[in-house]
Design a protein around this ligand. Structure first.
Ligand SMILES: [Zn+2]
Length: 318
């Protein structure tokens, strides 16, 4: 197990609260089940630039719906860099990148709060309450990475929540790759939904200072993924939009990557047998023309047979 530095923070989150915590590069955020069976929703921002935040779809595209021990939590596509490495995570912590966060309207629709919209506890409002300490607004709450949230899905893309499998004493360790404002909260759906098995439980949160070992992991990760990151200097528009109204910039010219697309005809010689196979592909709907069917055949072969290429160098920075 990775050695951490000394513990510098140790708090209990009571239902149904949360806390925005500064977690610096090389530090480990530990989230502990005190009683078990409690869903923890999690948001995170770059402490020095809140427009870089935890990217649910970016992480999902790399690891699927349930990131696990050893996976990384990435920031949004516009920046694309690892925010955390999941150093420890028991199998009883089922994670979720499908369900997002609950909101007051869920409960209003259920009829549990007929008197006042927003009166029921919910993750959207809990996140907003936490990040308000740093001047952020409810609009800055983003899709959450959910720990101990047991979602299942079917082939139609429908998902649903099943019983929470978290056990007393379970803990998750997240190693921060850079300075982060981390926001763990206790899901507000506890009373009416199975997310936390129809109950609310407290959660313990600790922060451990960096160690030589965690700093070495950060340095190695930063160097490994440097080439796929996007930084502010790559942005055509760098200033944060400060007005709510959107107005067109008359002199703005969009610069698209590799636009316009250039194509080149490449002659390909096929044997009789290959040509017959190509016509077969067309008959199966895998291309309207010989060229389309050939591209389908080639890239199907390519994706099945290519060796994994190291991430470095695969993405061109603009
Ligand atoms: Zn929730």
């Amino acid at each position: 197990m990775t050695q951490y530095g000394p513990k510098r923070e140790d708090i209990i989150l009571q239902p149904v609260s949360g806390k925005a915590l500064e977690v610096y590069r090389g530090e480990v955020l530990r989230i502990i089940q005190i009683e078990g069976e409690q869903c923890v929703d999690f948001d995170a921002f770059n402490l020095h630039d809140y427009k870089e935040y935890l990217g649910v779809s970016n992480t999902r595209s790399k690891y699927g719906f349930r990131p696990k021990k050893g996976d990384m939590i990435w920031s949004v596509h516009s920046r694309n860099r690892p925010m955390f490495i999941i150093l420890e995570m028991p199998q009883t912590c089922v994670t979720d990148l499908l369900g997002g966060r609950c909101q007051a309207a869920n409960h209003y629709a259920e009829g549990f709060t007929p008197t006042a919209y927003g009166a029921h506890t919910n993750c959207q409002d809990t996140f907003a309450a936490c990040i308000g300490e740093y001047g952020l607004t409810p609009d800055d709450v983003h899709d959450s990475f959910n720990m101990w949230m047991n979602t299942e899905w079917d082939s139609r893309g429908q998902y649903w929540i099943v019983r929470n499998t978290g056990r007393k004493g379970d803990y998750v360790d997240l190693l921060a790759m850079f300075d982060i404002l981390a926001v763990p909260i206790i899901c507000g759906s506890g009373d009416t939904q199975i997310t936390s098995n129809y109950g609310f439980k407290p959660i313990q949160v600790q922060v451990f200072r960096p160690s030589a070992e965690t700093e070495a992991i950060c340095a190695s990760c930063a160097s490994k993924y440097e080439s796929v990151q996007r930084r502010l200097e790559h942005f055509k528009v760098k200033e944060i939009h400060s007005e709510r109204e959107l107005k067109r910039k008359p002199n703005y010219r969009a610069e698209f990557v590799n636009f316009p697309i250039r194509t080149k005809k490449i002659p390909v010689e096929l044997t009789e047998e290959q040509f017959r196979a190509l016509q077969g592909l067309k008959e199966h709907g895998l291309g309207h023309t010989d060229g389309e069917a050939l591209r389908t055949a080639f890239f199907t072969w390519y994706h099945r047979n290519r060796r994994p290429v190291p991430l470095r160098g695969r993405v061109r920075q603009s």
